[in-house]
Structure formats: structure tokens, C-alpha cells
Design a protein around this ligand. Sequence first.
Ligand SMILES: Nc1ncnc2c1ncn2[C@@H]1O[C@H](COP(=O)(O)OP(=O)(O)O)[C@@H](O)[C@H]1O
Ligand SMILES: [Mg+2]
Length: 248
Amino acid sequence: MKKQEPVIEIRNMVAKYGEKTILEDINVDILPGEITVILGGSGCGKTTLLKNMLRLYEPASGSVKFWGEEILQMDEHAFHEVLKKTGMLFQNGALLNSISVYENISIPLEMHTKLSSTIIDRMIRIKLSLVGLADAIHMLPSELSGGMKKRAGLARALAMDPYILFCDEPSAGLDPVTSAALDELILSLKEQLKMTIVIVTHELASIHRIADKIIFLDEGTMLFYGSLAEAKSAGIPKIDNFFEVGKF
Ligand SMILES: Nc1ncnc2c1ncn2[C@@H]1O[C@H](COP(=O)(O)OP(=O)(O)O)[C@@H](O)[C@H]1O
Ligand SMILES: [Mg+2]
């Protein structure tokens, strides 16, 4: 079989805030159609890794390629074209509270495309039915439950039909049933739309349902990168501890 080209290739990436190094030695090849889960304790740099790989924060050094192209030296215009092919679901959903779900999803489409309002309307309705929110179309974010807010955020992240979706703790604060439903939705994006997905989560049930690959962050670097099965059989105590290997 032909070797698959990575969608995202990270080499020797270092992430800092000011003088403080948060992460170093990050080397990752994210393959098309894979779900990669970023794991690690609170404050270890999971969100920082997401933001640096998307250049929302500029990495201090190293290389980040999307589809083989270095994004760190790209000019604004070229980088914008790359960003348009990605969707991001932020930790808090980041919906604008004063406007309806419908309007929240229309924003990226109106900002980044020249599509007619009829087409935009159709696209918004398709995305909302995809996430099971067709009935909430005219509601305000404040009228939605936690799970519905996450799904509305997801509909917005999907508005531009991204090839790559980034999610930061999408199931945080959700009950187990809602969280399982969100995982099903994420799996269907991978299976039906062949989307590549990078997701931060620390919920064991969720990791077992969705993860193809694991990035395990610890003490400012990558303790492990590979498949879930490899992670569990690598004999790394901190990872065994996390997955409770040998406990049952
Ligand atoms: N904007 C920022 N400026 C300075 N330090 C930050 C900033 N954001 C996060 N940090 C620090 O970087 C470390 C990693 O944070 P973060 O990536 O949010 O961790 P995680 O998502 O794994 O909980 C923490 O020590 C945090 O306090
Ligand atoms: Mg975080």
C-alpha cells in the first residue's frame, strides 16, 4: 500500500508564552481520516498544542506543515486559505450570545464566502440537521442546554465544510449520555465525511470510542504518540496509570 501523506506534519515544535516554555520536541504526523486525541493532565499544554499547531499562537520554533506546506512562514493570505479548510470547536463553544443559533452559523459563511443568501440558508439548515439541532434554529444560545451549545458550536465549526476539525474538550461538562451522543456524531464525521479530527479530551470512555491515535503530553513534552493499542502496551507507567492498565 502507498504510504499516506500526513495532513499535518509537526517537527520539533516549541511552544512558549513569553519566556516560559510550555512544550518542546513535538513531532507528529496526522494522517488523513484519523481521529487524534490529545491527552494529559490539567495545565500540561493540550490547548496550547492545538493553538500552536493552528498558528493561533505562533510557535517559538519548529515546523508545522498542512498538506505538505509550511504554515509558519506563510503570508496572511495563503494562511487564510489553509485556515478556511479547518474548523475549530473551542472549549467554551464560543457562540455569540445576542444572536440566534442560525445567525451564529451564518457568520463564517458570510465572512469567508461569496455564496448567495439562499445557498447560505440551505447550508446552515444542513449543518444544523447534521448535529441534530434543526428545531433549535431560531433559539438564542442562552436557551440551549450544555449539549445543545456544544452541538451548535460544532455546526458552526462545520459551516465551511472543513477537511480538518479541531475540538477542545467538547464533552467537558456534559452528562455521559450526551457525551456519548457527541462521540457518535464525531465518529460519523470521520466515517461519512472522511474528516481528519484532532480532539482534546480526557474522558476514558470517549477515548476508547473515538481514538485512532493518542498524543500523550507530560512535563512539557510528548511522552507518547501512536495508536491507542500501542499506548496501552508500551509499558509506560504514567500511561498505564491513566488507562488503569492491569487494574481490572
Ligand atoms: N495565554 C497564556 N499566557 C501565559 N500562560 C498561559 C496562557 N495560556 C496558558 N498558559 C499556561 O500554559 C500552561 C498550559 O496551558 P493549557 O495549554 O491551557 O493547558 P491544558 O489545556 O492542558 O489544560 C499552563 O501552565 C497555563 O497556565
Ligand atoms: Mg485546555
